[in-house]
Ligand binder design. Structure first.
Ligand code: CU
Length: 390
């Protein structure tokens, strides 16, 4: 039996053959192997939660790579005092980072425990074929479906749920990144991080107290300014516990986000969530944009990207010495830079008002001072209470 890779096939035949129950997986996979259309090697994908990234692929031959994705809802603290019900793949936002190699066959096992009975699926931008796999991965609770997709193009791709209404599923957190490595792999780096920007559209959030911009330079006001910005000392005023924010489809239509986040929550990459590296190291960030609406102007304050693989293109040569790169909704970029000078570097969407909605994170570089590159006749003056220079 041939399912793909040997000419055109009818979508309905694909549905019949690709959608199968778990009990018939082995026999179906066996038929594929005997037809020579699937790799003989088999392995389970190492899946990681942001900002962690699975290790590089060292295999030199294609494999069937099993990926288990589970759709569910999880109530998370999105900010102190506020909770939000995320729709997730494997319990996190973004969903797990998937790392495969061009020529591999992704074997997707999709299950669902959504308490509302809502169906979910996966549209992989890395998949060639109708819906990026969505029509053959749709499951309701207690179902499992298994599908096989051959990775024809290297690149860094978004995946997301595409069950209707698709915008609600993406807005509530059902997206992630899949890296399809080129045959020769990626250049060696010292640290890799997984960051995804996305918006949350919610009702029920009280406006924060206005930030005292007038007095942000004075040390005595730093604590209050920090609290205003980061919410550490901000309460919604309710004695009955955190407020559960409700998704607002209308705010999505209006493109008026409550939050613009890097990873799962407000300040996910701040304080204990800071990314960490050392001077002398080369850092790679796999940066995705789940959207659903906004384009990101991704920038790292204090750094210049040595390499930008624009739009996740790992085939063309990268751009060099780039300050800010556009990452579209439903798109990604891979950026690399060397850390020469110690200190704190700030990831932002340079559509800069969005930092007050959460589009900010820190990368801390430890190391010896480099007075040949960065020096002053006086000590650094910290930018008290400022969002981008902690
Ligand atoms: Cu969904």
């Amino acid at each position: 039996m041939t399912v793909y890779g040997q000419g055109k096939i009818c979508g309905s035949i694909v549905l019949v053959f690709l959608i199968t129950t778990i009990s018939s997986v082995d026999s179906l996979a066996g038929e594929h192997r005997s037809s020579g259309s699937l790799p003989k090697l088999r392995e389970n994908a190492i899946l990681t939660t942001a900002p962690q990234v699975p290790p590089p692929i060292t295999r030199k031959a294609p494999a069937i790579v099993r990926v288990d994705l589970h759709s569910s809802r999880v109530v998370k603290e999105i900010e102190p005092g506020y909770q939000y019900e995320m729709w997730t793949f494997n319990g996190s936002v973004p969903g797990p980072f998937i790392r495969v190699r061009v020529g591999d066959t992704l074997e997707v096992h999709h299950t669902n425990s959504d308490p509302t009975g809502m169906p979910h699926n996966i549209d992989f931008h890395a998949v060639t074929g109708p819906g990026g796999g969505a029509p053959v991965t749709t499951v309701v609770p207690k179902e499992e479906r298994v599908s096989w997709f051959k990775m024809l193009h290297p690149g860094l791709y978004v995946y997301h749920c595409a069950a209707p209404p698709v915008m609600d599923h993406i807005a509530n957190g059902m997206f992630g990144l899949i890296l399809v490595e080129p045959e020769k792999g990626l250049p060696k780096v010292d640290k890799e991080f997984y960051v995804m920007q996305h918006e949350i559209y919610a009702d029920g959030k009280k406006p924060k107290p206005p930030v005292d911009h007038e007095h942000m330079g004075s040390a005595e006001n730093k604590a209050q300014s920090d609290a205003d910005f980061w919410g550490e000392a901000v309460s919604d005023g309710s004695a009955s516990g955190p407020v559960l924010l409700k998704f607002s489809h209308q705010s999505g239509l209006d493109e008026h986000p409550t939050y613009v986040l890097f990873n799962e929550k407000f300040n996910a990459l701040v304080n204990e969530g800071k990314l960490k590296a050392k001077t002398g190291e080369r850092v790679r960030i796999f940066f995705g944009n789940g959207g659903p609406n906004l384009i990101s102007s991704f920038h790292v304050i204090g750094e210049i990207f040595d390499n930008v693989y624009r739009e996740g293109d790992l085939v063309s040569p990268p751009a060099h010495s780039v300050q800010t790169t556009l990452v579209p909704a439903g798109g990604a970029a891979m950026v690399e830079f060397d850390l020469e000078v110690p200190g704190t570097y700030t990831l932002v969407d340079h559509a800069i008002f969005r930092i007050e909605k959460g589009a900010v994170g820190f990368l801390e570089a430890e190391g010896e001072p480099r007075h040949d590159i960065y020096v002053s006749d006086q000590e650094a003056t910290l930018c008290k209470g400022c969002l981008v220079h902690p």
